[in-house]
Ligand binder design. Structure first.
Ligand code: SF4
Length: 371
């Protein structure tokens, strides 16, 4: 998501008359597109700002105008400037609209954002606060962009969204934000049993229709999508993936944990059994399909038994790639409010190592291309 946002920011700046700099050490304006998934990502941004300021100071030159964008702006502009007084501006990425054409460097593969924001409020995640509510782009706009890219020679397309497969669905209308953040008496017992935040579609789900329409475009030969979430992974989508040769045979489907009790504390909208059912239907529909996932270890209260359930799931699914993250509390999230970060770092590290060894190391030589 950040890559595609950066492509539009670059294009917007060029329209304003800026030229791309060779590097950060010789520029007038520096836009830092940030990630907030873990505290470490934010620490790295702050260390980078210090490095930039020191570099220009040592040269005796004025530092560039430093602009921060991306998920770190979930801290208010005021708080960010207090944290790092060298930040000059904060840019809300929604100000750089989808109508701005991306400045792409790759000539064969292109990212197309199809939605932005998220309504799911997984308890650990900052995205709904940083990027706001989920909004889908129109079918016409997406098809126009894909057609124009195909005419320019792009044959591979990756559709992007925080919940890419809920594109175009009608909202249930529950205001989780209100419930989770503004209810002073909120307790973990009030955590909704999360499901999709969208009504079950009647007929073919919009995302499946979108895949079918993009597949009709001459010149588009490979379609990927990310991030797909299990709660809107309807059977029609499974059938489309299995039947449509233009869709990549690698499916990235986030699970986060193999333990139902942890999934419930995370406010994910599915059980381990729901997840396995999707995987097994896909495997049955096309045995050549491979899978990847994202996992969090050391979520608050994760016991050895709960972790072992994730280990068992990893053995059962045989993911080709697993992006394993050690839990880190993000201020402002429900998990930070409700749970104590009580799994010691040493245990998080051991669990990370165990999953990495099971999932990633056997495939190091034969990893599928993940963009
Ligand atoms: S689905 Fe959950 S993890 Fe993904 S962006 Fe939304 S809140 Fe975050």
């Amino acid at each position: 998501m950040n890559k595609t946002d950066s492509e539009r920011i670059a294009s917007d700046l060029e329209n304003q008359g800026f030229l791309p700099a060779e590097n950060w050490d010789s520029c007038n304006k520096l836009i830092i597109n940030t990630c907030s998934v873990r505290k470490r990502a934010e620490d790295r941004v702050r260390a980078f700002i210090h490095k930039v300021v020191k570099h220009y100071h040592d040269l005796g030159q004025p530092k560039p105008l430093i602009v921060l964008t991306g998920c770190m702006i979930h801290h208010s502009a005021e708080k960010l400037r207090k944290m790092e007084p060298d930040i000059d501006q904060v840019l809300d990425i929604s100000e750089v609209g989808f109508e701005i054409p991306a400045k792409r460097t790759d000539k064969k593969h292109a990212f197309i954002p199809i939605s932005t924001g998220c309504n799911s409020y997984c308890t650990y995640c900052i995205v709904p606060y940083a990027r706001g509510r989920e909004k889908s782009r129109s079918l016409d706009e997406i098809l126009a962009e894909a057609t124009s890219l195909a005419k320019k020679g792009y044959s591979e397309i990756t559709l992007l969204g925080q919940n890419v497969n809920s594109w175009g669905l009608e909202k249930v209308g529950v205001s989780l934000r209100k419930m989770l953040l503004h209810d002073k008496n909120f307790t973990r017992e009030k955590l909704p049993s999360n499901q999709s935040q969208y009504l079950k579609p009647k007929g073919i789900p919009p995302f499946v229709k979108l895949l079918q329409e993009i597949s009709k475009i001459n010149g588009v030969n490979l379609i990927r999508f990310i991030s797909a979430n299990p709660w809107d992974f309807h059977d029609e989508l499974i059938d489309e993936i299995c039947a449509n040769p233009k869709i990549d045979r690698y499916v990235h489907l986030t699970v986060q944990s193999g333990s139902n009790s942890v999934l419930s504390r995370m406010n994910r909208g599915y059980s381990k059994e729901d997840y396995l059912s999707i995987i097994n239907k896909l495997k049955k529909g096309d045995p050549s399909i491979t899978f990847g996932t994202d996992l969090i270890v050391g979520f608050p209260g994760e016991t050895d038994v709960e972790f072992q359930e994730t280990v068992e799931l990893a053995k059962e699914v045989s993911w080709q790639v697993g992006f394993v993250n050690k839990y880190s509390p993000r201020p402002g999230t429900v998990a930070d409010k409700l749970y104590k970060d009580d799994v010691p770092d040493r245990v998080k590290h051991e669990r990370w190592h165990i999953l990495d060894k099971i999932i990633n190391q056997p495939h190091m030589q034969h990893r599928p291309k993940v963009v």
